[in-house]
Ligand binder design. Structure first.
Ligand SMILES: NC(=O)c1ccc[n+]([C@@H]2O[C@H](COP(=O)([O-])OP(=O)(O)OC[C@H]3O[C@@H](n4cnc5c(N)ncnc54)[C@H](OP(=O)(O)O)[C@@H]3O)[C@@H](O)[C@H]2O)c1
Length: 347
């Protein structure tokens, strides 16, 4: 969707966006800015947030930055108040901020679970309540919560994140069932794995180097889906066919899905080489500079080449098998029809 700010239906709309300084949030901020929206950008790190706001202003948008820890209900309330104070109201509220932790559920410190749930789930709850309060008063508004395909299926070594994402999907379902003015909509975004910095930002308790799960898509796809959803709201938006396929596969054949995930994920999530234990951005803001992409293009290319090689080998093997079978068939002389066998002929 390409929108110029003059013709855009988003021109002048007030958008609150959390996790706006990196990855999907930064990609979405840039798109909203280009579409002429007025932006209220939130994340913990003030420096990276200032860079995101400057980026949006360069694209012609008004941008207010409000350093906020979404896990803190009071800070989210202050974010809402600052938005109203500056722009007079909020049209669109996007809860996108999140953190990740990699490690075995049985071994992870309890504090990792608590902090991940605090940011990824309670952050969304705080943001949703603040948004719905504003929307109820005006009778309209779009609430968009960024969950994940991992809010509907699971993989090993990411349990706190996955528990929080499942909780967001559940929360959104509950919110949609409760009464709101007809102009208020609640949408859940469920992206597959994206090429963003989250795979580096995440706390790592595995002792292994982490790399993104395949297949990997660009964060701009999610940004586009979010913008589309503000104009044409839907209850659930999947981004990236890999995630959708996993959800369908899990529903149809749950045991087979679990067997595959257990076998494949360790082979793809862990890169070669060890890594020191790190907190990543679990308890502290991520270190600037921040970018929408995570710098995994090389990995994407290598995986595509590997997949291409496997497909070629499989196709070559199949073709060789067919040719061999034909040759063997030809060596046996002319084929007999079903009713032409010697037994039948003799009978
Ligand atoms: N990348 C993927 O593969 C993928 C797949 C599915 C869904 N998602 C979802 O997409 C969303 C964006 O992820 P991403 O990949 O773009 O991650 P990212 O690049 O790591 O960006 C995360 C953003 O959230 C902010 N943040 C973290 N903790 C916060 C807190 N307590 N309060 C306020 N802001 C906080 C970060 O800034 P500070 O650190 O400065 O606070 C940063 O701006 C998340 O909800 C994620 O779960 C991502």
């Amino acid at each position: 969707m390409s929108l110029t700010s003059a013709s855009s239906p988003l021109a002048g709309r007030v958008v609150v966006l959390t996790g706006a300084s990196s990855g999907i949030g930064l990609a979405a901020a840039r798109r909203f800015a280009a579409a002429g929206a007025k932006l209220v950008l939130a994340a913990r790190g003030a420096e990276a947030l200032a860079a995101a706001a400057a980026d949006c202003r360069q694209r012609g948008a008004e941008a207010l930055l409000v350093p906020t820890d979404v896990g803190d209900a009071l800070q989210v309330r202050a974010l809402s108040e600052r938005a109203v104070e500056r722009f007079g109201g909020v049209d669109i509220w996007i809860n996108n901020a999140a953190v990740a932790v990699f490690g075995r559920a049985a071994d992870l410190p309890l504090a990792d679970f608590q902090q991940t749930l605090q940011v990824n789930f309670f952050g969304v709850l705080h943001g949703s309540r603040a948004a719905l309060e504003l929307f109820r008063a005006r009778g309209r508004g779009r609430l968009i919560n960024v969950a994940s395909a991992l809010g509907l299926v699971s993989v090993p070594y990411m349990s706190p994140y996955i528990c929080a994402k499942h909780a967001i999907v559940a929360l959104d379902s509950c919110l949609r069932l409760e009464p709101h003015p007809p102009g208020v909509t609640i949408s859940t975004i469920a992206p597959a794995a994206m090429d963003t910095p989250i795979w580096r930002h995440g706390a790592n308790r595995t002792g292994r180097r982490i790399q993104p799960l395949p297949p990997l898509y660009g964060p701009e796809r999610v940004a586009r889906a979010i913008l589309r959803c503000t104009l044409h709201p839907r209850r659930m938006v999947y981004v990236g066919g890999g995630g959708r396929l996993a959800v369908i596969g899990h529903k149809a054949l749950p045991s087979a899905y679990e067997w595959l995930a257990e076998a494949i994920v360790p082979r793809t999530l862990f890169a070669r080489g060890g890594a020191a234990r790190s907190d990543g951005n679990l308890f502290q803001p991520s270190a600037p500079p921040m970018t929408p992409r995570g710098g995994w293009r090389g990995l994407i290319l290598r995986r595509r080449l590997a997949l291409g090689a496997v497909v070629l080998l499989a196709a070559g093997g199949a073709a060789a098998g067919v040719a061999a079978a034909r040759r063997a068939g030809a060596g046996r002389g002319p084929r007999r029809g079903r009713n032409e066998g010697p037994d039948r002929a003799a009978a």
